[in-house]
Design a protein around this ligand. Structure first.
Ligand code: NAI
Ligand code: PYR
Ligand code: MG
Length: 480
């Protein structure tokens, strides 16, 4: 399979050079030698003596960027004016804002959107709280809630540092499914406090998307909120990930001609995502799954302090295999990584069964570098947008919430998740299916609509939809 270079950063270097002493080819050669790729050049100004250019360079990481800058500084007659990182540039002042649906141009407008007119609307809702769905933002708004304890694979980096991810999730909700989402990062890690805060803010929202809350406290938070709130509560890292993983696996198995019930699966990282991925695979028919965390395989002869691992040992690992990842990976058909960077070695992949499927989904750095794994795997996927086969919960959460909000589901249940997984898988037709195309792109506009439809059907079938009439029509990208 062909893979792109894996470059992850673009920087723009504004530099001035003396025309008599330096040629652009000297600059290009220095950048190339330091491992950078020039992807854009703008001439900013030019005089008889100097020229100033913005050179946009793609590089693997910050270390390589430093090497490129150092190489340019060494050329006599070149002056670096400044270097900007386009990713940071996009984050200045945050990534989202609030917009009003109407301008307030006159006193009359003011008296209707605000006092005194608004009071009549408030009273109508006070008399019938269900009217919050028709007269407030509730029906189209989701809270994206994190405590910053498991942000991507960066770990417990706290609520301030979690905000850029939550703002990003809010953008994805809006762009892909027209759902208005608010990022809310809580400065507490206390399970009970988080539950009480989320319950207290719930009136404004039609759904709660929990994000990047670490295991095991994420399980209790989700369980209690599901019990105590009447709107869908969905921990994206558990269920969004599990749904997309199942979609990818259903299609990958078609390529290798294997069945769910016959495969051996090794999952690393038995936290939020790992436990949910395991459970959806068991529900879909997989029989042999072995979970591996930092201390090795989870098995029945060990007594775990973590009650979720205690339960995990009972429902997985039918042959009670013990040992490290390198040991239990032998003969596995599928590797699923939701753990930490670089923990799967090429030698481990070589021990897998014929036609290995490797889903290295840790973000931002996968369990194995796809370029290292490439020669030894049949199907490779990561959670990243810069490689083929992106298995990322962004394929699920916009559509699943779109469907749940549209039929006013009181919860997102197992049937709705399985329906979403099959809907995502179905977007890739048998003609299109290949080793590098097992899962549709996030930008494929069929994804959200298929997921929405499937979720709505499953919600009515299982009696959790609260709208009397099935919402007709499709999601067209228009704001609701
Ligand atoms: N591609 C996708 O859509 C998604 C990817 N992820 C990624 O999965 C990873 C885990 O996320 P969560 O489950 O939310 O976190 P979590 O904190 O709930 O669980 C992480 C688990 O991985 C284990 N772990 C850490 N280092 C390990 C190692 N060297 N070997 C084996 N296990 C190890 C931890 O002990 C913990 O049990 C992160 O990298 C995250 O970015 C998570 C959700 C979605
Ligand atoms: C994709 C995602 O939600 C994560 O890596 O945490
Ligand atoms: Mg996440």
């Amino acid at each position: 399979m062909a893979l792109p270079s894996g470059a992850t950063m673009n920087i723009t270097i504004r530099l001035q050079y003396e025309k008599d002493h330096v040629s652009f080819s000297d600059i290009a050669a220095a950048i190339g030698k330091a491992g950078g790729d020039i992807v854009g050049i703008d001439v900013i100004s030019s005089s008889k003596v100097h020229t100033v250019r913005d050179i946009t360079v793609s590089a693997l990481d910050t270390k390589q960027c430093d090497l490129i800058i150092a190489a340019l500084k060494k050329i006599q007659g070149v002056k670096i004016i400044h270097v900007s990182d386009r990713t940071f540039w996009m984050h200045i002042g945050g990534k989202i804002e609030t917009n009003s649906k109407f301008p307030i141009k006159t006193r009359d407008d003011l008296s209707r959107v605000y006092t005194p007119g608004v009071a009549r609307v408030c009273k109508a809702i006070a008399e019938d709280p269900k009217k919050a769905y028709s007269l407030t933002i509730k029906r189209n708004t989701v809270a994206v809630i994190s405590d910053g304890t498991a942000v991507l694979g960066l770990g417990n980096i706290g609520p301030y540092a979690a905000m850029p991810v939550m703002e990003g999730k809010a953008m994805l909700f809006k762009q892909f499914a027209g759902v208005d989402a608010f990022p809310i990062c809580l400065d507490t890690k206390d399970t009970e406090e988080i539950i009480q805060i989320v319950k207290a803010i719930a009136p404004a929202f039609g759904g709660i998307n929990l994000e990047d809350i670490s295991a095991p406290h994420c399980f209790e938070i989700e369980r209690r909120l599901k019990e105590e709130l009447d709107i869908p509560v969905f921990h994206d890292d558990q269920h969004g990930t599990a749904v997309v993983l199942l979609a990818g696996l259903l299609n990958a198995l078609k390529i290798v001609g294997k069945k769910l019930e016959d495969i051996k699966v090794v999952v690393t990282g038995i936290g939020a995502a790992g436990i949910a991925c395991t459970k959806i695979l068991l529900a879909a028919g997989v029989r042999n799954i072995i979970g591996v965390d930092r201390h090795g395989a989870i098995h029945r002869d060990e007594k775990y302090d973590n009650p979720y691992w205690q339960e995990y040992a009972q429902i997985t690992n039918p042959d009670n295999e013990k040992g490290s990842l390198s040991e239990v990976i032998a003969g596995a058909d599928v590797f699923i990584g939701v753990s930490a960077p670089g923990i799967l070695k090429v030698d481990d992949v070589k021990k897998m069964a014929k036609d290995p499927i490797v889903f290295a989904m840790a973000n931002p750095v996968p369990e194995i570098d796809p370029e290292l794994a490439e020669p030894y795997v049949r199907v490779m996927a990561t959670g990243r947008s810069d490689y083929p086969n992106q298995i990322n919960n962004v394929l699920c959460f916009p559509g699943i919430f779109r469907g749940a909000l549209d039929c006013r589901a009181k919860e997102i249940n197992e049937e709705m998740k399985l329906a979403a997984a099959k809907a995502i898988a179905s977007v890739v037709t048998d003609d299109e299916l290949s080793e590098t195309y097992i899962i549709p792109s996030v930008f494929n506009n069929k994804v959200v609509e298929r997921v929405r439809q499937a979720v709505i059907e499953a919600a009515y079938r299982t009696g959790v939809a609260r709208k009397d009439n099935i919402p007709l029509g499709g999601y067209s990208g228009e704001q609701r």
